[in-house]
Design a protein around this ligand. Structure first.
Ligand code: NAP
Length: 287
């Protein structure tokens, strides 16, 4: 008879931590409103009507409303040009009533996404997507972090995961997720290996990892047999059918700590977005 692997890992509970963080953010938003008479405002920009993007934006707006953050939605046609999108984002950057800007990604293959992101004023870049924000984060200077990697770090810290001297393997190197996640781990003295689609013998790297961050976009790409016993597993992947980039059952049988999907990294991403929006509003309205 084949033995069925039993889960041994404890959960890194992003839902519970995000709730705590958002409760503090809501208090801060209410205090700002008392002091200035103005509520923080997040502008969301959506190009086209991709159903997943529409859902993500709606989730973020609903979360804003619960935290006392106003949102202003800018819906643009799928066929808008790069110049048109840059103009729309620039207008929000210059509007004093808007404190944070979220440009929902992806924006369509015909658009220069980087140019559109760079139109976000760094002080309003609460999603942490501009080169200015990436540079500040990499140099350890004040600024807004990319929300998903920022949420991952908050989760690891809440569970006292030791990072200094540990080997972190980040699978994925996108500018909004894998790359900044590795930079934040490096800043905390982890030894970081980035893996990507051209990595030779990726599974050998995984077997050496004390911490794995999965940011691949491929369902159940990482399995328990790829992992060292006791590893900490953070699954940032979110694929159709609520499936992560990690095969949860087999990985949980090897790991000491693991994020569920859903309920791990996703809620933390939104919680960090809200926190940074309120922080941006404080800086613009009070200091
Ligand atoms: P992305 O831009 O498509 O990047 C995927 C990365 O994975 C790339 O660096 C790619 O390598 C690498 N990759 C793809 N196939 C691979 C393979 N077979 N072997 C090794 N590496 C491979 O995706 P993303 O925007 O970073 O998102 C990644 C995942 O996170 C998706 O599931 C997405 O839905 C999820 N996500 C979740 C949140 C959240 O809030 N929870 C936020 C953002 C994204 P190359 O660079 O070589 O192409």
């Amino acid at each position: 008879m084949t033995a069925v692997p039993q889960p041994t890992a404890a959960l890194l509970d992003g839902t519970a931590l995000a709730r705590e963080l958002t409760a503090r953010t809501a208090e801060s938003a209410a205090e700002l409103r008392r002091r200035t008479g103005t509520a923080p405002c997040l502008a969301t920009v959506l190009v086209g009507a991709d159903p997943a993007s529409v859902t993500y934006v709606r989730m973020k707006q609903n979360s804003c409303a619960k935290a006392g953050i106003e949102s202003r939605h800018v819906a643009l046609p799928a066929e808008i040009s790069t110049a048109g999108l840059v103009d729309a984002v620039t207008a929000l950057s210059e509007d004093p009533a808007v404190h944070g800007i979220l440009l929902q990604h992806p924006v369509g293959a015909h658009i220069d996404e980087r140019a559109a992101f760079e139109a976000i004023a760094p002080g309003k870049d609460v999603d942490g997507v501009t080169t200015a924000s990436f540079a500040a984060m990499s140099f350890g200077l004040p600024g807004f972090v990319s929300c998903t990697p920022g949420g991952i770090m908050r989760l690891l810290d809440a569970y006292d995961v030791e990072l200094s001297g540990r080997h972190a393997v980040v699978v994925g190197r996108s500018p909004i997720l894998g790359k900044p996640a590795g930079m934040l781990l490096l800043a905390r003295d982890a030894t970081v290996t980035y893996c990507h689609s051209r990595t030779a013998d990726l599974r050998a790297h995984l077997r050496e990892a004390d911490l794995v961050v999965a940011a691949v976009g491929r369902p159940r790409f990482i399995r328990g047999e790829d992992l060292k016993p006791g590893v900490v597993v953070v699954d940032a992947g979110y694929n159709e059918g609520n499936v992560g980039d990690v095969d949860f059952d087999s990985a949980a049988a090897r790991a000491s700590l693991i994020t569920p999907v859903p309920g791990g990294v996703g809620p933390m991403t939104i919680a960090v977005l809200l926190e940074q929006t309120v922080e941006a509003a404080w800086r613009q309205l009070v200091s």
